[in-house]
Write a protein that binds this ligand. Structure first.
Ligand SMILES: NC(=O)c1ccc[n+]([C@@H]2O[C@H](COP(=O)([O-])OP(=O)(O)OC[C@H]3O[C@@H](n4cnc5c(N)ncnc54)[C@H](O)[C@@H]3O)[C@@H](O)[C@H]2O)c1
Ligand SMILES: [Zn+2]
Length: 364
């Protein structure tokens, strides 16, 4: 049931270990990289549920965890959060040759990765992701960042972890909505680059979401394998890595229009965004209505929203959403860049999508 995926980046290569019960093996897996005491950064939702087990696993191998517990939530990914964490890390006495553990979802992973990359000009870190989104996406690939009022993830750097440990059992305590949010990113891998995997998800996705550890491990591993292959070819997103943004141009705009509130989680926005991207692809003659429909039906079947009308609360106009997209970093000289598709599993980058096509898809 356990799988290992390698991220091939020359001297910065690393393994992702995936499977149930891997927290218990964390000590043995980290022992080659660490000695003595090591800071373990987590948040105040995860700590009461899982920190004791991790501490115990480290203790067995002679490693002493020094926990730093951050307030849960996106607002921790800020300059204030970075300052507080950096100073807390310094207080542990961590040195350049040391190791910092990020034990949490994308918020903890992004912030710890950035702090580790900056502290003493770069300290090694490891990711132990505890959300589905973090296991299949944010813990892999080395992007780190904080948010500023000007936008999300605008201050950051590339800093690859030394190892990633994804314990699929940890996902059993994740709220259903957060689990589904991560599943949107899983579906993205199929819709973007692997029609067979999309078919596998239609068959097995619900089982994995219900906690079947074999299906879950296979699903996380396949997602990581796809991301690892892309990152290995295009670490700094000068080309192909941008395909991982399928559904994200629409998605980010919807998140912004919802004020980044609990009304719409990131993955929920991506689910709606992917359906819109396929509808836009259909409108521009690249893909069939059947593919857009198949994607929508699958997302709907697991309980993800698939239309703007499904977002609770005040509805943003097509013009307001378009304005957010223009504001997004992906807008170049007037024309909007989108990840479109020639069918399920066949995404490509389209650089000059006409506004009219976008507005008409949005207003339907
Ligand atoms: N670096 C990247 O490449 C990348 C990619 C995608 C997303 N991100 C970033 O990731 C962040 C979102 O990550 P996320 O969805 O993991 O959010 P998150 O870290 O906020 O976690 C979601 C919620 O689940 C809780 N939680 C985490 N693990 C749990 C568990 N096992 N049991 C119970 N509760 C648990 C958290 O406390 C939090 O309340 C965003 O900031 C986004 O920008 C980064
Ligand atoms: Zn995403």
């Amino acid at each position: 049931m356990s799988e290992t995926v390698n991220v091939a980046l020359g001297a910065r290569s690393y393994d992702i270990h995936i499977g149930p019960g891997f927290i218990q093996r964390a000590g043995a897996l980290l022992a080659p990289f660490a000695r003595g005491a090591l800071p373990v950064v987590t948040d105040d939702n995860i700590a009461p549920l899982h920190l004791e087990r991790l501490k115990e696993a480290l203790r067995k191998e002679g490693l002493e965890a020094k926990p730093i517990i951050l307030p849960a939530g996106e607002s921790t990914k800020s300059f204030a959060g970075l300052e507080a964490l950096s100073r807390a890390l310094l207080a542990t006495g961590v040195e350049r040759g040391g190791l910092i553990v990020a034990f949490g979802g994308g918020v903890v992973g992004d912030l710890v990765g950035l702090a580790a990359g900056l502290l003493k000009r770069g300290i090694d870190f490891v990711q132990i992701p505890t959300t589905l989104l973090a296991q299949v996406d944010s813990s892999v690939g080395g992007k780190t960042a904080i948010d500023v009022p000007e936008g999300k993830n605008l201050i950051g750097l590339f800093h690859q972890p030394r190892i990633v440990i994804a314990d699929t059992e940890v996902l059993s305590t994740l709220p259903k909505r957060e689990l589904l949010s991560g599943y949107a990113e899983v579906t993205k891998y199929g819709a973007m680059g692997d029609a067979d995997f999309f078919g596998w998800l239609e068959e097995n996705g619900a089982k994995a979401l219900a906690g079947d550890q074999a299906a879950l491990s296979q699903m996380v591993a396949h997602s990581c394998r796809m991301k690892a292959a892309i990152v290995a070819r295009d670490e700094r997103e000068s080309g192909e890595r941008a395909l991982l943004n399928l559904g994200h141009t629409f998605g980010h705009a919807l998140e912004a229009a919802a004020g980044y509130s609990d009304r719409l989680l990131h993955g929920e926005a991506v689910a709606i965004g992917m359906v819109l991207a396929f509808q836009l692809s259909e409108r521009l003659g690249y893909s069939s209505a059947a593919d857009a429909d198949r994607l929508r039906r699958h997302l709907e079947s697991v309980g993800l929203p698939t239309a703007i009308a499904g977002i609770p609360g005040a509805r943003a106009s097509a013009e307001a959403i378009l304005a957010h997209m223009r504001h997004d970093k992906k807008a170049h000289e007037g024309a909007l860049t989108f990840v479109l598709a020639k069918g399920l599993g066949q995404a490509f980058l389209a650089r000059d999508v006409p506004d009219e096509a976008v507005t008409s898809v949005l207003s339907e």
